[in-house]
Design a protein around this ligand. Structure first.
Ligand SMILES: [Zn+2]
Length: 390
């Protein structure tokens, strides 16, 4: 988000900046009084009144008497976001499962559509056509058009929505943003699934207080999303965060990227299956089910069974922490289902062996509380970031 307006900024720009700040506060923080808005945003009451009146007139908020009374004065009016007034379409393109959700202003899910496809089946054209049709059906049901569209793709994604490579979907060079934008006649923003996981945890999950955090996820491959000084770290073309392709084991297993011994070959889905004694490529439910049952065992049982996996997880995380210096690392998607004992052991390894962790004074490493919902929430927030600043 942009900083406060400086002296010499035109009045309409100041108004727009204040309106964006107020909309974001209501969207992320939920209902509150005008007095709370004034205090939190550092604006005077007449500015807040003018903004809230304008939004109420447009139907974006309503005001209603608060049930909680403070002191003996008049009951305060609560400003409530109206979910259907501004809504976005959020899309999570998964390797097996695709979900399309309508998410309203304030974060309420207004409707979803989803379907499962066998891995690697279906062309991008088919899938994008299905997403377009699902989006249009949701819009018909809600009775208005979305203000934006956000899409999560498990692959190497350029800022303009061009998917350079999504190996687990067997996609190469697919202009997802352009195609969906044409199908839905709306602006479309596309992000890598781990990048959007980071955005979700930073906006609505466990990382709202962390200025610097890293999201590491295992879907099939291993992805990374980085928040640095409260903003997404993008890198050249938006391609930052391919943490799965750090080489951690020279001469190790070959990786599709052309290297050998990438972190992904040691902690990706196949490695997880090997650690759990499941055939590689086992269905998602089988992997999660096995992790859950292991989580119910004594910590030592989980650690013994997943010893090698835990060591590689810890070793890669030492590199991630030394390189990026986060306060918090959130483990997402399949990693969110890891037994606590495995996460704690990897975190202990980082605390002991990472120079940066020792300097910072203990970096927290935790499982993602949003779990598999992180990607769709992140896709919605990507769309809202742009829609609310307009
Ligand atoms: Zn690789």
């Amino acid at each position: 988000m942009s900083g406060p307006p400086t002296a010499g900024t035109r009045p309409d720009e100041v108004r727009r900046h204040n309106r964006t700040a107020l909309l974001r506060r209501l969207h992320v923080g939920g209902p509150c009084t005008r007095a709370e808005l004034a205090a939190e945003l550092g604006l005077n009451r007449s500015t807040i009144k003018a903004l809230v009146d304008g939004l109420a007139e447009a139907g974006v908020v309503v005001e209603q008497v608060s049930v909680k009374r403070t002191g003996a004065g008049r009951p305060s009016l609560l400003v409530l976001p109206q979910p259907r007034s501004l809504w976005v379409l959020a899309v999570d393109v998964g390797v097996e499962q695709t979900t399309v959700a309508a998410v309203g202003f304030g974060g309420e899910v207004l409707g979803t559509r989803g379907w499962t496809l066998p891995r690697g089946s279906g062309s991008p054209d088919d899938l994008l056509a299905k997403i377009g049709a699902a989006g249009r059906r949701l819009a018909e049901r809600i009775g208005s058009e979305p203000v934006g569209v956000g899409v999560s793709v498990p692959g190497v994604v350029r800022r303009d929505g061009y998917v350079h490579e999504a190996p687990n979907l067997h996609w190469e060079g697919v202009p997802v943003g352009e195609r969906l934008s044409a199908a839905l006649n709306r602006p479309v923003l596309v992000g890598n699934d781990a990048e959007l996981g980071a955005l979700a945890e930073h906006t609505r999950g466990i990382a709202t207080e962390a200025a610097d955090m890293v999201f590491v996820s295992v879907d099939v491959g291993v992805g990374g999303g980085v928040i640095s000084e409260r903003a997404a770290l993008r890198g050249s073309g938006g391609y930052v965060g391919e943490l799965g392709h750090m080489v951690v084991r020279p001469g190790g297993r070959p990786c599709y990227c052309g290297c050998q011994g990438c972190w992904e070959t040691e902690i990706g889905e196949d490695a997880l299956c090997r650690a759990l004694g499941l055939p590689e490529g086992s269905p998602r439910e089988a992997v999660v089910g096995e992790l859950r049952s292991l989580a119910g065992e004594e910590p030592q049982v989980a650690l013994t069974r997943m010893r090698e996996f835990t060591d590689w997880l810890g070793l890669g995380l030492i590199n991630v922490v030394n390189l990026l210096g986060p306060q918090l690392v959130v483990l997402g998607d399949l990693l969110a289902a890891l037994p606590d004992a495995v996460v704690d052991e990897a975190a202990e390894t980082v605390r002991e062996r990472s120079l940066v962790s020792r300097a910072v004074g203990g970096i927290r490493i935790v499982a993602s509380p949003l779990g598999k919902e992180a990607k769709i929430i992140g896709a919605a927030e990507l769309a809202f970031q742009q829609a609310l600043s307009g």
